[in-house]
Design a protein. Sequence first.
Length: 188
Amino acid sequence: MEFRTFELAGPVEIIPTKLGDERGYFAEIFREDRFFEAAGGRVHFVQENQSLSAKVGTLRGLHFQTHPMAQGKLVRCAQGAIFDVAVDIRHDSPTFGQWIGVELTPEKCNQLWVPVGFAHGFCTLVPDSIVAYKVTNYYSPENDKGMLWNDPAVGVVWPDVADAATLSAKDRVQPRLADLPPYYGMKD
C-alpha cells in the first residue's frame, strides 16, 4: 500500500498493491493501522455512502459539514471514473483556498482521504460512475454546507467534460470561498 501526500497538508491518496493472476486480483484497500499512520491519527468511520451519477460530466460539490458534525471522508470510485477534488477551507492554513485533484478508478483501487477542514466534490469522467465513501460523522442537514464549485478565487481546473447543467439546485447557489465564515482552523 502506498500513501501519496500533497503540498496541502491533510489529504492523502491511498494506492493499494494489487496481487494478480489469471483469475483477477486481490487488493487490501483499507487497513486501519496503516491508514491511521498516513491520516495523522485515529479516525473512526460511522457511515458509508454511495452515489450513482448516470451522465458523463456530472458535478457534485463542493460539500462539507460544520462542527459539531464535521466529517472526514475516505472516497473511492467503485464503478466508472471520477476527478475527485479537495479544497482547503481552514482559515488559518498556509494553503487556505488551494485545491488538489485526483482521478479515482476501480482499476487503480485508489482512494482519497479528505479530512475535516476541506470541501469535497467530484466530476464523473464516464457514464454510470458509482462513488462510495466512508465518513467520520453522521449526515446532519443543519451542518451540511458547501461552496461554489467554480469559484475563480480557488480556480479548480475541472475536466473538459464538466457540465454545470448537472449541478443540483443547492450546488448552483453555494457561496464563494471569500463569503464562508471561518468554520475551521488548523487544529480541527
